[in-house]
Design a protein around this ligand. Structure first.
Ligand code: GLN
Length: 477
């Protein structure tokens, strides 16, 4: 059974009407996902036993007449940088090929408490570093829409699973665009919540001041529901916010008349077709829905890629220091001294992109260069955040592209890291500012490649972002 036409609501209705049990749905979803997986390589591990246990507990609740929870019985894929107790979590790295975590990420705990069924763990770029899922130690993911192309990255497996119909919902992580960009490339919805909205407890750290967990789904409605389940303060993450979590889905009435929508000139200057045409067509739909469109400025955006790759690499170089062969990782055996063991383990274990980031990060944090690079980048980050604060004095939301181009061919950018980094230009400012941002599908190119519309709003105002996205998705269908 394909899950491609299922939603949180349709599954709930089917369960309560006894059309199928959660266990039946889970068995068929697992069988289908396992059979389809060779086409995309989206899943690295299936957690069948755990999924069936969760499904049986949903069925038991229904049998007793209890509420089975807001995502009851829904098959969910989880990016393999999010830890799962008893289920291998690799971060798509050779170093963690056999790592079985002793605890669950808070987002995972909350999903299961809400009745969710975790089918398995999805492929991604190693430690979430990349924009194409080609940096996985376990082979690239193919885009289900165009198998010779990348699904985007780093949450490429999660986006591909939802697009392929082997999961209804997925969790991804976003540090510089890794939820929105693959969502855009695969034609699904992807949401990066406000920094701190969702606990990072159990999310393997890449760049801690930028890391987010967020939803992927086919509809805006389902992402709103999923975020509701995983959001909110968590004692286990001191950076998780105390802000109350509103009922996102209840606000989705399709009416956005009078809303002020900003188009940053910096997002549109030089934006080529076909992406540019599709984004402008989406803006026309927003106009028809009664939005007032205004041009705005984000003057520091030209510095964003440099700023991001300094800060992200600096934090990554520190976070990756823990993979030393002593604790969780695979250990290189061919060493006589302790320092050789460290060196060999890291040399054999990390892929090229992780090594590049460790070297870059160590360099920008070193005594002679800290002020010139790292400190400067922190100042630029503050200016980028201020650009958004100013823009949101004028408009309620901002829209633009997610990526300058649709999904590229597998291998096309692999030898050119700078061109890969530059492709993140539209997504990284949202992470640097910590504001909520998302991608909603806005059509496809003549070749059939999906393109996503990006929507950004003020800190903790996911509701406005979801309202715009939902109204657009309903109107454009
Ligand atoms: N492509 C960006 C990078 O490689 C973003 C990755 C992410 O958001 N995890 O850093």
């Amino acid at each position: 059974m394909t899950l491609a036409n299922q939603s949180i609501d349709s599954i709930r209705a089917g369960l309560l009407a006894k059309k199928f049990s959660a266990e039946e749905l889970t068995r068929s979803a697992l069988a289908y996902a396992e059979a389809e997986n060779p086409k995309t390589n989206a899943y690295l591990t299936f957690s069948s036993d755990r999924a069936l246990l969760a499904a049986r507990s949903v069925d038991a609740k229904i049998a007793q007449g209890d509420d089975p929870g807001p995502v009851a019985g829904v098959p969910i894929a989880v990016k393999d940088v999010i830890v799962t107790r008893g289920v291998r979590t690799t971060c798509a790295s050779r170093l963690l090929a056999h790592y079985v975590p002793p605890y669950d990420a808070t987002a995972v705990t909350r999903l299961e408490q809400a009745g969710g069924v975790i089918l398995g763990k999805t492929n991604c770029d190693e430690f979430a570093m990349g924009s194409s899922t080609e940096n996985s130690a376990f082979g690239p993911v193919r885009n289900p829409v165009a198998p010779d192309r990348v699904p985007g990255g780093s949450s490429g497996g999660s986006a591909a699973a939802v697009a392929q119909g082997t999961a209804v919902l997925a969790l991804g992580s976003d540090t510089g665009g890794s939820i929105r960009q693959p969502a855009s490339f695969c034609g699904v919805v992807g949401v990066t919540p406000t920094y701190g909205r969702v606990s990072r407890y159990g999310l393997t750290a890449f760049a801690s001041s930028l890391d987010h967990i967020g939803p992927l789904s086919r509809t805006v409605h389902d992402s709103a529901r999923l975020l509701q389940v995983i959001a909110g303060r968590d004692e286990m993450d001191s950076t998780s916010a105390f802000a109350t979590v509103p009922d996102y889905a209840a606000a989705l009435d399709g009416n956005i008349r009078g809303m002020k929508v900003g188009l940053p000139r910096e997002f549109f200057d030089g934006l080529a077709s076909p992406t540019g045409d599709l984004i402008m067509a989406a803006v026309e739909v927003l106009k028809k829905l009664g939005c007032e469109i205004r041009e705005i400025r984000l003057p520091h955006m030209p510095y964003a890629v440099a700023c991001y790759y300094i800060i992200a690499a600096a934090e990554a170089s520190s976070n990756l220091a823990r993979y030393d062969g002593v604790r969780y990782t695979v250990r290189s055996e061919a060493a006589e001294t302790l320092s050789d063991m460290y060196r060999n383990t890291r040399d054999e274990g990390f892929g090229a992109e992780c090594k590049r980031r460790i070297m870059l990060g160590t360099y920008v944090l070193s005594a002679g260069y800290y002020d010139a690079y790292y400190l400067k980048a922190q100042k630029v980050r503050a200016l980028i955040a201020r650009d958004y604060d100013r823009a949101f004095e004028e408009v309620d939301s901002i829209v633009g592209p997610v990526s300058p181009f649709p999904a590229f061919k597998i291998g096309e950018k692999l030898d050119d890291p700078i061109s890969m980094y530059l492709s993140d230009i539209y997504t990284i400012t949202g992470d640097l500012a910590g504001i909520p941002c998302m991608s909603v599908p806005c059509g496809a190119t003549a070749e059939g490649l999906p393109v996503g519309l990006q929507i950004l709003t003020r800190h903790f105002n996911e509701t406005t972002m979801f309202r715009v996205a939902h109204a657009y998705q309903t109107a454009s269908n």
